[in-house]
Design a protein around this ligand. Structure first.
Ligand code: ZN
Ligand code: ZN
Length: 295
C-alpha cells in the first residue's frame, strides 16, 4: 500500500440505484471514491427489511414494497460484484451489506442468510432500531421509543444492550455508528449518565471479545452533531479497551464520498488513536491490517 493508506471507508457507498434515501448510481459513487483517492472502498448497502411495517414514510409515499426492497438488494449484489471487478487496478471495492436488527425474532437468520447467499466480503452491523422502533429516523419515532422505554436513560441503556446482542448474533466485521442515539437525543449531554456509560462499556467488551472494528462515522458532522460517531469519550474508552477503528463516510451519493475523512483523521489523533484498521483485498483474499494515521 502506498501513502495515505488510511484512506479506506468501510461503511457507505449507498446509491440511489439501490436505496430510496440515496442518490446517483453505484458506478458514480465508485467514480467518486476514485476521485477522492480512496485506496479501498467498502460498499455496505442496507439489507432489505422483511415486513411492510418497517417501510419508511418516504418509501411508502413512492409506493415501495418489501418485494421491491428485496429485488433491488438482489440487483445490488450482482452490480457490486461486476463493478468490483471492473474497478480493479483503480480502486479496491469490497462487497458488503449493512445489517439491521429487525424483526427482533428473525433478524439473525435473515441477515446471516443474506451474507451467505451472496458471499459478501464483510458485514457492517448497525442498530437502527430499539425494540423495533426507529432510532435515527423521524424524531416522533425516536420519542415514541424513549417513551416506551420509560425515559432517555433506560432507552440509551436498552440501545447499548441491543448493540451487544447484535454483535453476539451477527459477529459483524464492523459495528456501525456506535452512538447513533445522539442523532435524535436532545440535548446529547443527557446521554452522559453512569448507567449509560456502563451499558456502552459492556457493549464495547462484547465488541472486543468478537474482535469487531468500530466505525468512525463521519455522518455525525453532516447531521450537525459537531463530532463524528462515536463521541470523544467513547473513542477514548474503546481505545483503552483495545478496540480498533475504521473510517466510514456513510455516503449516500457521490457528493458525500470522502466527506469529513480528513477531519475525522485529526479527531482520532486528538483522542489518542494513532492507527486505523482496514479491510482490503490482497491476492483475492480479504485481509485485515492496521495502518498509521500519519500521512
Ligand atoms: Zn441509509
Ligand atoms: Zn446506518
Amino acid at each position: 500500500m502506498a501513502s495515505q493508506d488510511w484512506k479506506v471507508s468501510l461503511h457507505g457507498g449507498h446509491s440511489g440505484e439501490f436505496c430510496e434515501h440515496a442518490t446517483s448510481t453505484l458506478r458514480e459513487v465508485l467514480e467518486g471514491a476514485v476521485a477522492f483517492g480512496y485506496h479501498t472502498f467498502g460498499v455496505s448497502e442496507h439489507a432489505p427489511r422483511s415486513q411492510e411495517r418497517f417501510l419508511y414514510r418516504t418509501e411508502r409515499e413512492k409506493g415501495y414494497t418489501i418485494e421491491r426492497l428485496h429485488r433491488e438488494f438482489e440487483a445490488y449484489a450482482g452490480a457490486v460484484d461486476t463493478l468490483a471487478k471492473e474497478f480493479e487496478g483503480r480502486l479496491i471495492v469490497l462487497r458488503g451489506l449493512e445489517a439491521e436488527v429487525i424483526p427482533t425474532e428473525s433478524y439473525q437468520e435473515e441477515m446471516l442468510g443474506w451474507r451467505k447467499r451472496f458471499d459478501f466480503d464483510y458485514m457492517v452491523g448497525s442498530v437502527h432500531y430499539v425494540d423495533e422502533i426507529s432510532v435515527d429516523g423521524e424524531k416522533a419515532d425516536f420519542d415514541a421509543g424513549v417513551a416506551q422505554a420509560g425515559g432517555l436513560e433506560p432507552y440509551a441503556v436498552r440501545y447499548y444492550e441491543t448493540v451487544a446482542a447484535m454483535v453476539e448474533a451477527l459477529r459483524p466485521d464492523v459495528v456501525g455508528h456506535l452512538d447513533l442515539i445522539r442523532k435524535n437525543a436532545n440535548p446529547a449531554a443527557a446521554l452522559d449518565a453512569p448507567s449509560i456509560r456502563e451499558a456502552a462499556q459492556r457493549a464495547l467488551a462484547v465488541i472486543k471479545q468478537h474482535d469487531c472494528i468500530l466505525d468512525l462515522n463521519t455522518a455525525g458532522y453532516r447531521k450537525g452533531l459537531g463530532s463524528p460517531y462515536p463521541a470523544p469519550w467513547l473513542v477514548r474508552l474503546a481505545d483503552e479497551m483495545g478496540v480498533g477503528f475504521c473510517f466510514g463516510d456513510d455516503s449516500h451519493g457521490p457528493s458525500q464520498v470522502g466527506e469529513g475523512l480528513e477531519r475525522a483523521r485529526e479527531y482520532l489523533i486528538e483522542n489518542g488513536v494513532s492507527e486505523i484498521r482496514v479491510l482490503t483485498r490482497e491476492a483475492g483474499d480479504i485481509v485485515r491490517k492496521s495502518v498509521s494515521l500519519e500521512e
